[in-house]
Design a protein around this ligand. Sequence first.
Ligand SMILES: Cc1cc2nc3c(=O)[nH]c(=O)nc-3n(C[C@H](O)[C@H](O)[C@H](O)COP(=O)(O)OP(=O)(O)OC[C@H]3O[C@@H](n4cnc5c(N)ncnc54)[C@H](O)[C@@H]3O)c2cc1C
Length: 451
Amino acid sequence: MSLAIDLASLLAPDRVSVKAADLDMASHDESSCPATLPDAVAWPLTTDEVSRIVRYAYEREIPVTARGAGSSLEGNPIPVRGGIVLDLSLMNRVVEMHESDLQVTVQPGIVYNQLNEQLKPHGLFFPPSPGGSSDVATIGGMAANNASGIYSVKYGGTRDHVKAATVVTGAGEILHLGTRSRKTSSGYHLLGLLVGSEGTLAIATELTLSLVGVPQAKQQGAFAFPSEKLAVTAIAEMMRYGVDLAAVEFLDRRSLAALNRFQGFGLLEQPSLFVEVHGSAQMVDEVFATATALCEEQDGRLISLPDGRHPWEVRHFTTRAIQALNPQAKTIRTDMGFPISRLPDVVEESYAIAERHDVLLHTFGHAGIGILHALLREDPADTVRWAAANQAKDEVVAFVLSVGGTASGEHGIGLGSRKYVQQEHGEALELMKGIKQVFDPKGILNPGKIW
Ligand SMILES: Cc1cc2nc3c(=O)[nH]c(=O)nc-3n(C[C@H](O)[C@H](O)[C@H](O)COP(=O)(O)OP(=O)(O)OC[C@H]3O[C@@H](n4cnc5c(N)ncnc54)[C@H](O)[C@@H]3O)c2cc1C
């Protein structure tokens, strides 16, 4: 109780809670990782308030876990050691538009889609759209996970767009990292370290993002293929030839079947690519024609989605549709990243491993940037199948690492992928632990994550 009283005196009584419903809300994310209740939830409004709380926690060695929307998929914001959850959702303002510089400064709790709504009148947008969570994910959470999305193949991931940030370290110190210049060679890239650190080094309270202009013209289309291998080979070829796609998403036939069951979309249940091109009207036509020709070389054909549906309207539901297939089950997922030429091998090997373990795997992802998710749904109560699915995941990740890939392309390590970090980073992991110590001397920020 004294924690709540202390926090209320640092903020305001109505922005601190120890109510069961609030603790429960802050105890989980969208992963299958077990929930853990914090001791209190606080909703700061300013950088100073965040600093005050962290200083208080630093003196008493109380864990502090930042939280955006809790839409992570690896247990990233779960407060595994209890303590305070700092819910940043009320810090959701655009602080300043820098229209002529194609930049915006925002508070971390602003939601991705809401930011883009506010950017529309300026003819600008923030591109790393995180597919199915763009309606909830906050910019702070996206930066902390270095999220990416459907448009990352053309415009990059979140790290590529964070130019500057105000952050609060684990000792409660306020730092300003980065500048608004487009390019810098000044000093260590501390800002780059912060992005992707999952709230374990500092808490971001303001972020300056680079934006891009809304394209003059867009063209979208869907291509269906006779096999998964041919579909992903088409992607690898399009990337090899430098076809300037704004988005190219892969969905295997099982993901499409799940979407049909979920929403009755009536989609053709054949491995498919959803594609979007941005540019001038003439350029869009040319690029789309090249993409079509390369897809046709792999026996792909241009199809219309039923009822004139928009590809992203369908794609948005992929994760939820797979989860809905078996609501009692839990998801075991991979978030692999790899060199683009290995995409066909990764897909083939993933199916082969799943078959060997007799488990059902769904694959989809931002395949143009070499990111693929393989989702397995099993009931943990069925210990044999649960173990088989986990073993299949380990083998898929081991294969990806063996071809120069990573265990996390975009979701972060959180809790779910910790066991692969040593293998992926080797001795560099000790250096990471040392860096954590510098930013967070008492280890109070989101403890228990990444390793
Ligand atoms: C259906 C679905 C689809 C998804 N699709 C994608 C996708 O296409 N691409 C993708 O990259 N991800 C995707 N995700 C994962 C998730 O939405 C993203 O990682 C998102 O960026 C998380 O944002 P959040 O606001 O929910 O952050 P949270 O989950 O609340 O937090 C994420 C991490 O950031 C930390 N954190 C939060 N705010 C701050 C801050 N201000 N300062 C420091 N640390 C902070 C937290 O402690 C935690 O470690 C998807 C999730 C779902 C449920």
